[in-house]
Write a protein of this length. Structure first.
Length: 302
């Protein structure tokens, strides 16, 4: 069990735990500790505990989420970044290589809070410790994040500001400055991928408190993800990587679809996190490849 901080009266901790437990919170002690550490006044403790007991996601109550070593702002009504997306972050960081003379342009489409782009950038630039390729060291990054939802963009703007990132609002690529065409070296997207018919099966916290547009991926869940993939070739630089989050159930089929559409792709999964990422890589000569060959190999002579 987590202990309250030494300055918190144990009676307050106990009453928060009791209220959360009565409301059915399984991790009542941990959540109470987070509420007590986040609230600035007794009145805030009471209000936050009440909101959590009423069923709001903990991250909406706290106003932040822990993600890949960062504390990310999460406003009410914005999708809460999921732990499984840390898998995509790790894959992206492992693949990224700096261009010769300019910063690596990283774009996070369907960015929500901006957590993924921020975490990738934090690691690549060395702002957060993480696995660096000893051959490259820290990589300078120009970060762009975009979302159709203005509330998400407001959140993302705050999340990525410390990394010099810019947040844009609009439908997928329409949000991005056109000067990024053909220049994006790393394109990451965790777009909505829940099939419409499965939304009713989601936990109430997601169903009732996250916007439908952040969840609903259409009949098979892949409508938006496919649009991201279809638009990518016009925006990716030679040697770029496209990483798309899906569910493990969708990943192989999506990789096949992309390959069939001329963007060869491969699926990687982490069963422990229930995570899947579909990765396509453009060769240094501008042809996509997802065959698993080291994507940063120098181009072969023809
Ligand atoms: C599943 S949430 C993921 C958010 C964020 N990538 C993350 O992992 O925390 C999907 C996001 O896609 C955004 N979105 C949905 N359709 C979009 C579109 N056509 N253009 C841009 N963003 C879109 C939603 O507003 C939502 O923030």
């Amino acid at each position: 069990m987590s202990a309250p901080s030494p300055s918190t009266p144990s009676s307050l901790f106990a009453s928060v735990v009791a209220e959360l437990r009565a409301a059915g919170c399984v991790f009542a002690e941990d959540e109470a500790q987070l509420i007590l550490a986040t609230a600035r006044t007794h009145a805030e403790v009471t209000a936050m505990t009440g909101r959590r007991a009423a069923g709001l996601p903990l991250e909406h109550v706290l106003g932040w989420a822990a993600f890949a070593g960062l504390r990310v702002t999460v406003d009410p009504g914005v999708f809460v970044p999921r732990r499984r997306s840390e898998f995509l972050v790790g894959q992206a960081v492992a693949l990224a290589r700096p261009p010769l003379t300019t910063p690596l342009v990283v774009a996070d489409l369907c960015c929500g809070t901006g957590a993924i782009g921020a975490a990738v950038t934090a690691r690549l630039t060395g702002a957060l410790p993480g696995p660096h390729d000893p051959r490259t060291g820290p990589v300078p990054v120009e970060l762009h994040a975009a979302d159709v939802d203005p509330a998400a963009v407001r959140c993302a703007r705050r999340t990525i500001a410390p990394f010099g990132g810019q947040a844009h609002q609009g439908d997928l690529y329409a949000a991005l400055p056109s000067r990024l065409r053909g220049r994006i070296g790393l394109l990451v997207a965790s777009a909505p991928y829940v099939p419409t018919g499965d939304i009713r099966l989601l936990p109430a916290e997601a169903r009732d408190h996250e916007p439908r547009i952040s969840l609903d991926g259409g009949a098979d869940g892949l409508d938006v993800v496919r649009r991201v993939a279809a638009g990518a070739p016009g925006w990716l630089a030679p040697g770029a990587h496209l990483l798309l989050e899906t569910s493990p159930l969708q990943a192989e089929a999506l990789a096949r679809d992309l390959t069939g559409a001329g963007l060869p792709a491969r699926a990687v999964t982490d069963p422990g996190l229930d995570a899947a990422t579909v990765i396509a890589t453009v060769t240094a000569t501008g042809t996509a490849t997802g065959t698993g060959t080291a994507p940063h190999e120098p181009p072969r002579r023809r």
